[in-house]
Structure formats: C-alpha cells, structure tokens
Design a protein around this ligand. Structure first.
Ligand SMILES: Cc1ncc(COP(=O)(O)O)c(C=O)c1O
Length: 362
C-alpha cells in the first residue's frame, strides 16, 4: 500500500462543490481585490483565535515580514528565534534588515526558553517562538523573559492554527501572531495565503497600509512596502475550509493518537501535556536509526519527510548569524515526519505502524 505524505487534490465531492460555488460567487459580484470575503475571513479567524483584529496577507512569509516591519524591527536589531523552522522565519527578519540569532530547542523540538537569556544583547528587540509541528512553545517562560527584558514577542503560528496551551491559543501570547495558510497547512487555502493577528488597533492599521505598498486611503504612501494582500478568491475558499477545520483536526488527531498508541514503545513519539491542545500538523517521531528507517518506509511505499534540514543557522545564506544550538544539531538527525494528514485512512495508518514496527523487529 502506498501512503503519500500529502495529497492536495480536493477529493471530497461535497467540498469541491462548496469551493467552486464560493469562487463562482466572487466571479459574479466582481469585487475581486480585497472583496467582502477578505473582511469576512479576517473576522471569522479573529473570532476563532480570540483576538480583535486579523489582516489577510499573501503568505506566511508576508505575515512575518509585515509584522516585523510594522513593529519597526530593522537594521541594527537582533531577533532571537529557534534554529528549527522553515527558512521563511529567518528570511522575514533579514529582509527587514535585522539579524536573526538562533537559540536552541528542547526535546519537544520547541524554542527552549533556557537558551534565550544568554543571547540577549542591547541590540535584541524581539523573540520569535515558532510553534513547531502544531505544539505551542513554553510561552509562560518565554513571555516572562520578554517582559523582564522589554522585548517584543512575535509568534510564528504557521504550523499551529488553533493549538492552545493552558487555555491560550497560539498567537494570543505575544504582541502579534503570524500564520501561513498555504495549501500544505492544516488550515489551508488552495494556494498561498497568510494572516496577521493582534489586539492592537494601531498595529492593525499600520499592517493594513503595509500590505498594500504603504498606502493610506489608497493614495498616500506613508511607508515603503510591497503588495502583500490576501486574494479574494482564496478568502472565499478559506471560509469554506474554516467551516470544516475542526473535522480536519479531528481526523488528524485520530491518526496521531493511533501512532501514539502503537509506536511509543519503539520510537519517541510527540509528548502530550495536560491542558495543551496540540494540532497534528506533522507527527514527528525520534529515533537514532532515522535514515535507515526512512529508507525502509520509502521502500514500502510510505512517504515521510525530514523537516527542516539543514537547520536555519546552517543554511548557506545564514553563516554570518550567531547561533548556539547543540540540541537542535543532535535532534535534526533523529526526527522523521510520518503521514498524518486528514486524508490518511485507517488502513494506511495501520500500514505505517506495521512497516515501522517491522523495521524494529517488533
Ligand atoms: C513555521 C513556518 N513559518 C513560515 C512559513 C512560511 O509560510 P508561507 O509558505 O505561507 O510563506 C511556513 C510555511 O511554509 C512555516 O511552516
């Protein structure tokens, strides 16, 4: 049996019909750019996360880029973040002229608060936790450091839409939450999309200008920026996707729980904490025999991924940045993402478990 890591086709007939109807409605009303669906998805997402304002943007990269720009993070500033993320997190810092500084991760693969303090200098402006793999970082500790040292916190929630920790959703801890809603995400558009969420009305107004060439009232350019608006057709489809989101999460959770139950004696499975809701964006196991295991699973038709190697500080473009991440260096050799999308069937997850246990002779 083959088990793809992801299948981006829309295979549910009912969902396909809903999406086509949503696009058709946009084609009919013709308010194609920043149409009413953009305002509606912004309101719905803000309500879902529990913040006052959401601004739809072109991608998760745009969300981060524009959030840092709106906060005035730029040349001469340092931003402390995790070494383990998609490179967009670092690029967004760097594109504003600031320098990322890479701290380390804990054994749950999250930015480790204990590794932040020693990297703070007079240049440090912000901390960027990335809620990796759908789990919220240890935000109480990160916020305590930020508050004590007067630092901004920008959360990269791209992999954790709807995840929460002790009653607080990802994106609600810091000054601003940034989200990618590209097609590979759990809450996915049908292409590229992103959002910035905040409770701060001034920041929201500035982001609104920044996402369209820094214009206020469509005429006066107050800030140098680019076009990073959310597309109305995407917004229309995202409204339909949001209606289905809890079902998507439930299906992913079922597979994750199945793996928890059947794999924890052979590999390290993601740790669950009381009072936390993780969303199964990826399901990352840890084992010393990662490369051999991946080859074995590939030979059995099971597609897996290593996310993301090289670590950001080891990317060629980031050789001039400070980093101190021995634990990430160790863990990136051990982690492997198993298929956990909502399309994984019970037969497929059983095949994954059988192949994996077979590899360990168990
Ligand atoms: C943690 C993280 N940050 C940022 C991004 C960038 O998002 P996008 O691809 O929508 O620009 C992604 C996704 O690709 C991501 O996973």
């Amino acid at each position: 049996m083959t088990v793809p890591f992801l299948d981006l086709r829309v295979t549910d007939d009912e969902e396909r019909a809903e999406l086509i109807a949503a696009v058709e409605a946009v084609l009919r009303h013709g308010r194609i750019m920043l149409g009413p669906e953009v305002a509606e998805i912004e309101r719905r997402v803000a309500d879902y996360i529990g913040l006052k304002y959401a601004a739809g943007v072109g991608s998760g990269t745009d969300a981060l880029l524009l959030a840092f720009r709106a906060l005035g993070i730029g040349p001469g500033d340092e931003v402390i973040t995790t070494p383990l993320s998609f490179i967009a997190t670092a690029n967004a810092i760097r594109l504003n002229g600031a320098m990322p500084v890479f701290a380390d991760i804990d054994d749950d693969l999250q930015l480790d608060p204990a590794t932040i303090e020693s990297l703070i200098t007079p240049k440090t402006r912000a901390i960027v936790p990335v809620h990796w793999s759908g789990k919220v970082c240890r935000m109480e500790e990160i916020m305590a450091i930020a508050d004590l040292r007067g630092l901004l916190v920008v959360e990269d929630c791209s992999q954790a839409f709807g995840a929460s920790r002790h009653g607080h959703k990802a994106g609600t801890w810091g000054k601003v939450g940034c989200y990618s809603m590209n097609s590979m995400k759990a809450f996915a558009s049908l292409g590229e999309a992103g959002m910035i969420l905040t409770d701060d009305p001034e920041l929201r107004a500035k982001i609104e200008a920044l996402r369209y060439n820094g214009l206020i009232n469509r005429e006066f350019c107050h800030y140098v920026s680019h076009n990073g608006r959310l597309d109305t057709v995407q917004a229309a489809m995202m409204l339909k996707r949001l209606d289905r989101y809890e079902r998507v999460l439930a299906a992913r959770e079922e597979t994750a729980r199945f793996y928890d139950a059947h794999l924890s004696d052979v590999v390290r499975v993601p740790r669950r904490e009381a009072g936390c809701r993780d969303v199964a964006y990826t399901y990352q196991i840890q084992t010393d025999r990662r490369d051999e295991l991946q080859s074995h699973l590939t030979a059995q038709g099971i597609e897996t991924k290593v996310q993301h190697n090289p670590l950001m500080p080891h990317q060629p473009a980031y050789q001039d940045c400070r980093s101190a991440c021995p634990n990430a260096d160790r863990l990136i050799k051990r982690t492997l993402c198993l298929p956990v999308s909502e399309k994984v069937t019970s037969a497929q997850r059983e095949a994954v478990v059988a192949a994996l246990r077979g590899f360990f002779g168990r």
